[in-house]
Design a protein around this ligand. Structure first.
Ligand code: NAD
Length: 489
């Protein structure tokens, strides 16, 4: 269990001012805002509140530093990322505590996220030196093609609160590797991890002006003028589909490159031939990672009629045994939701499903405490018409429905505008491949409940977004392809 003095130290160590063009400073108007601990509802500290003027100062710095940053040796940029990876891992415990305090997830999960976040820096430190082009003969043999990769240019990075460190490094890693300068706007709920990360990258040797960090209570007021300015050339966003759509509209004016990691509505399919122990274990991971507050969270469970009752019973037992509480306490497995609004939404979705005939196997209500706790919940006999099947629950609620045929399962799974990830449990190889091909999602977890991996291409189709982060394609999001046609040979 974290001591109160450790908590105070973890928060005190972070510089709570803006990082603009290599300088830490107060917001131009001197404004600040409170960061809240969702497990108590109390303020942890005040953080500088960036204004439009600060945003332009950050853009001036990013635009000014772009040419010299792009000219740095790839190895040098890679080594800055590598040092960043090492510092994150050296400070894993104190950074995890900081994350638990501002976001709520239990310490063990926060430590896991620090390692996951650090791994993006290590992966892209290795990718920085692998960017390459090509040389080819034209089909008529009369000219040559020289193909080179160039950094896209100053990039706007916008991140959500649910993975406050990893969503930052998943963008900063490839942007640094590619040679882009950056303006990062973290979520208002979790600015401390982003500020801590900026301090670590500064320590790792990131030159002045390459990264600015702008916490703010006015996200649109800070980002929109920059997207319309013309000097920003790229926006990389992780967050809800609604905000993503707004940013796409704004990006159209200057025809920006865009990467959009948006919402999900993951189906979790359990076929009659599945290893049920593995399916329940995978369900726990896919549902309960991050308290259910993940874009990859299993949102709808479709289980074959031959095993559905047994699956719901076992999942209910496991969910009911989880310990709910403040993430800093020993043994706690489920922390609070991010705020009161999130908890009200979860309750509304549960009430709607129950009103349409769902049965509560376990949970179904808020848990005690001053924070925003909700009991791990399993519902069975959930109607496909329920609101929770059309929207992200973003909480610890597992709704289970029954299917009879593979076609029925697939059509229910694909009946959503989202397309981020799906999960499939079966022991039949042919079925596994047929279903994986037919699912309309960018990723599939086949007999596994977690797909996120810095070395793999993460991203969705349909309303879940555009582009991929991580893997060997991740750096491409921050690179342009340039071709030189060579004649006279
Ligand atoms: P959100 O869309 O409300 O906010 C995301 C970010 O956008 C925050 O930094 C916020 O301040 C900013 N923002 C809000 N309005 C803005 C505006 N008008 N202009 C510019 N920026 C604006 O999402 P959230 O509640 O922070 O995060 C949860 C959402 O993120 C869920 O939908 C989840 O699925 C999604 N998410 C997706 C992925 C993925 O990789 N696909 C990963 C994590 C979270």
């Amino acid at each position: 269990m974290a001591q109160r003095s450790d908590e105070v130290k973890a928060v005190e160590q972070v510089d709570k001012r803006l990082m603009v063009g290599g300088r830490w400073r107060d917001a131009s108007g001197g404004a600040t805002f409170a960061v809240e601990d969702p497990s108590t509802g109390e303020a942890l500290c005040e953080v500088a509140d960036a204004s439009r003027e600060d945003a332009f100062a950050a853009l001036d710095a990013a635009a000014g530093a772009q040419a010299s940053w792009a000219a740095r040796a790839p190895r040098e940029r890679g080594e800055i990322l590598r040092r960043g990876f090492e510092i994150l891992m050296e400070r894993q415990d104190e950074l995890a505590l900081l994350m638990t305090l501002e976001m709520g997830k239990p310490l063990a999960e926060a430590r896991g996220e620090i390692a996951y976040a650090a791994e993006f820096l290590r992966w892209f430190s290795e990718e920085a030196v692998r960017v390459s082009g090509g040389y080819a003969t034209s089909p008529d043999g009369k000219s040559r093609f020289l193909i080179m990769k160039r950094p896209v240019g100053p990039s706007m990075l916008i991140t959500p609160w649910n993975f406050p460190m990893a969503m930052g490094t998943r963008k900063i890693g490839p942007a640094v590797a590619a040679g882009c300068t950056m303006v990062l706007k973290p979520a208002q709920q979790t600015p401390l991890c982003a500020l801590a990360l900026a301090g670590i990258l500064e320590e790792a040797g990131l030159p002045e002006g390459v990264l600015s960090v702008l916490p703010t209570t006015d996200p649109g007021g800070v980002t929109e003028p920059l997207l319309r300015d013309g000097r920003i050339r790229k926006v990389s966003f992780t967050g809800s589909t609604g905000v993503g759509r707004t940013l796409l509209e704004q990006s159209s004016e200057q025809v920006l490159r865009t990467s959009m990691e948006l919402g999900g509505n993951a189906p979790f399919l359990v076929f009659g031939d599945a290893d049920l122990d593995a399916a329940v274990e995978g369900a726990m991971q896919a549902k309960m990672r991050n308290i259910g507050e993940a874009c990859t969270a299993a949102n709808r469970f479709y289980v074959h009629e031959s095993v559905a009752a047994e699956f719901s019973r076992r999942l209910g037992e496991r969910m009911g045994a989880l310990s709910v509480g403040r993430g800093t306490e020993d043994g706690v497995q489920v922390g609070p939701l991010i705020d009161a609004r999130a908890r009200e939404k979860v309750q509304r979705l549960v009430d709607d499903a129950v009103g349409r005939g769902a049965r509560v196997v376990v949970g179904g209500e808020a848990a005690e405490g001053p924070g925003y706790f909700y009991r791990p919940t399993v519902l069975e006999n959930v109607s496909q018409e329920s609101d929770m099947y059309a929207t992200e629950i973003f909480g610890p609620v597992a709704p289970v429905s029954v299917f009879s045929t593979d076609d029925e399962a697939l059509s229910a799974a694909n009946d959503t505008e989202y397309g981020l990830v799906s999960y499939v449990y079966t022991s039949d190889v042919t079925r596994a491949l047929r279903v994986s091909e037919a699912l309309e999602t960018g990723m599939v977890g086949l007999n596994q409940g977690i797909v996120s991996n810095p070395a793999a291409p993460f991203g969705g189709v349909k309303h879940s977004g555009l582009g991929r982060e991580g893997g060997t394609v991740g750096i491409e999001e921050f690179l342009d392809t340039k071709y030189v046609g060579i004649g006279g040979l």
